[in-house]
Design a protein around this ligand. Structure first.
Ligand SMILES: [Zn+2]
Length: 565
């Protein structure tokens, strides 16, 4: 690609609205253009990077004997309607066609993969196999403000393995784990493997690949003592199991004017926040439920969703609360007719404080079970600074990350739901064991930039760079330089080394700044030393420049590329 006659744009000023460095740099370097919130266009330069990433993924999937397919993204809503526990529910884009048919834009293709597999699987002889695809998916994101990390239309590689039994699934899962590690290595991404299985003892394995960065949209819990690393949403909170030791007194109604929050009530009554039962009301599929937590604990929505089995969870407004006989800040479980779900920590509280469903009043000395009913105790709190490592009980730190991939053992969850069965050697009917494996390709692109940049711009790893080499012609009016530069450009491209030539009538300073901004790994400048048969070589990762003889420059470039492979 020569820059004259090409679609090439860079901008000096940082876009104001982007939170992430990667989004800013990708826009400044002209790799992407923002169309709308959560919607971007890849320019020719950006698309080259995206394709390089996809091809690395495709090659490694092929090396792991996964076969590629291409499925539609626009499908009938019935495809998803069958799945009652559909976790995407409210984030799914729905489309009505001219015949009034209800269609959806797929947020996931799990259902389609199962249906596809049904075309083949009848007997144990039809297993094992693995399929994958690279395509767009759609999600009506609640917070699409993280550049390429949270797009509404996103590009993804997703694979599914199909095995006859659990040991087969274990092998498929382990192989894909290795494949993912190879992919991220080749992409130049330093990925941290994070446990995403909420139930260590019973649940099926699931791991996430996260890029740790202060600007991530995900939270990761990392133990300061052992190797435990997990997604904050899924960490089991090992709660205190000892009863509070206080005198057991009778429940009493007390005035607590203008004390609504846990902190305000604690200050007013001069008691520790741990003594307060925080009560919340939520609406699950239009039914009110009360949630109880201890003190300043936060509700873990992910765990709540798992418990209630629905994604449609709403928080009622203050007006709505008054209609059902309570007040924001004064909600409490005494005499409620709602189902009460409490975090396990609440079970061990004695002489607690809770709202009285009456403005400016709380109850003190309350005891769960004695003064109010709890329908179910469950691990409902979000892991916080007071929580400890579920493995070794030591302190953990909460850090941020960008999730770029996830692998799960689905077991027979989907195959049972959609009837993907086979007959085994003894003629018994069994359900197929499935594994699911996803890589967010836009996310990888964003994450690579998050991990590889400096004040001048992006520093692409050679494996994904839009061009490996850029040739800068210092003075395009000098015919000698011009002809030599083009000869070198043609030679490198003919050798399969993708090379860009900056033949614009710009100052050398502008050209260098642009090449640094777009992050081309190897820069060759054809300038005043050409008369001595020398050109200047500089790597984007180094400050130093070297003069190399024209007879040696191609070997030098080949050596650098081979060394980095
Ligand atoms: Zn630990």
């Amino acid at each position: 690609m020569n820059l004259v006659n090409s679609f090439f744009i860079t901008r000096k000023e940082k876009p104001k609205e982007e939170k992430l460095v990667s989004a800013s740099l990708l826009i400044q370097s002209g790799m992407i253009i923002k169309n709308d919130v959560g919607i971007y266009t890849y320019t020719p330069m950006g698309l080259k990077v995206l394709n390089n990433i996809s091809n690395i993924i495709r090659n490694e999937m092929n090396n792991n004997y996964a076969q590629e397919v291409l499925m539609p993204s626009l499908v009938s809503s019935e495809t998803f309607g069958m799945n009652k526990n559909n976790i995407f529910d409210t984030e799914m884009y729905r489309v009505i066609d001219r015949n009034n048919k209800d269609l959806v834009l797929c947020p996931s293709h799990a259902e389609l993969f199962v249906n596809l597999a049904k075309n083949k699987v009848k007997s144990y002889k039809d297993l094992h196999f693995t399929l994958f695809q690279i395509s767009n998916k759609y999600r009506d994101e609640l917070h699409p403000e993280f550049g390429l990390i949270r797009k509404k239309e996103f590009y993804m590689a997703d694979a599914y393995s199909f095995d006859s039994n659990e040991s087969g699934l274990d092998i498929s899962y382990d192989k894909m784990f290795q494949t993912f590690n190879k992919i991220f290595d080749k992409l130049g991404i330093n990925a941290t493997v994070v446990d995403a299985n909420a139930d260590e003892e019973n649940g099926l394995s699931s791991e996430e690949f996260q890029v740790i960065t202060p600007y991530g949209d995900n939270e990761v819990v990392r133990c300061t003592n052992c190797t435990y690393t997990a997604n904050r949403e899924t960490v089991v909170c090992k709660n205190i199991t000892k009863l509070d030791t206080e005198r057991v007194s009778k429940m009493k109604l007390v005035k607590t004017p203008n004390s609504k929050t846990v902190k305000e009530v604690s200050d007013y009554l001069k008691i520790h926040t741990d003594k307060i039962i925080k009560s919340l009301i939520i609406k699950v599929d239009d039914i009110y439920k009360m949630i109880l937590l201890r003190g300043e604990s936060q509700l873990n929505i992910y765990k709540l969703r798992k418990l209630v089995g629905s994604k449609r969870i709403e928080i009622p407004s203050e007006d709505e609360l008054e209609k059902i006989g309570t007040y924001a800040g004064y909600i409490g479980p005494i005499d409620t007719t709602m189902e009460v779900l409490a975090d396990s920590e609440v079970k061990y509280m004695i002489d607690g404080v809770c709202g009285a469903n009456k403005k400016d009043y709380h109850y003190i000395n309350v005891i769960p079970g004695r003064d109010f009913r709890v329908n179910k105790y469950y691990d409902l709190k979000l892991f916080d600074d007071n929580s400890v490592c579920p493995r070794c009980k030591n302190k953990c730190e909460i850090i941020k990350g960008i999730e770029i991939g996830q692998i799960f053992k689905l077991g027979n969850k989907y195959s049972q739901e959609y009837g993907l069965k086979y007959t085994d050697e003894a003629n018994y009917v069994n359900y197929v064991q499935m594994g699911s494996y996803n890589i967010g390709i836009d996310r990888c692109l964003g994450a690579i930039v998050e991990q590889n940049y400096d004040e001048k711009g992006i520093i692409w790893p050679l494996s994904v760079a839009p061009f490996k080499v850029c040739i800068v012609i210092a003075n395009v009016n000098d015919q000698f330089s011009f002809r030599y530069a083009y000869k070198l450009y043609d030679k490198l491209n003919s050798m399969g080394i993708e090379t860009l030539i900056d033949d614009r009538k710009e100052t050398i300073g502008t050209k260098f700044a642009d090449m640094d901004l777009i992050g081309i790994p190897i820069r060759i400048t054809v300038g005043y030393k050409l008369k001595d048969n020398e050109v200047e070589l500089k790597l984007r990762t180094e400050e130093e420049t070297r003069f190399i003889s024209t007879s040696n420059i191609i070997n030098e470039v080949v050596d650098i590329i081979e060394y980095n492979n």
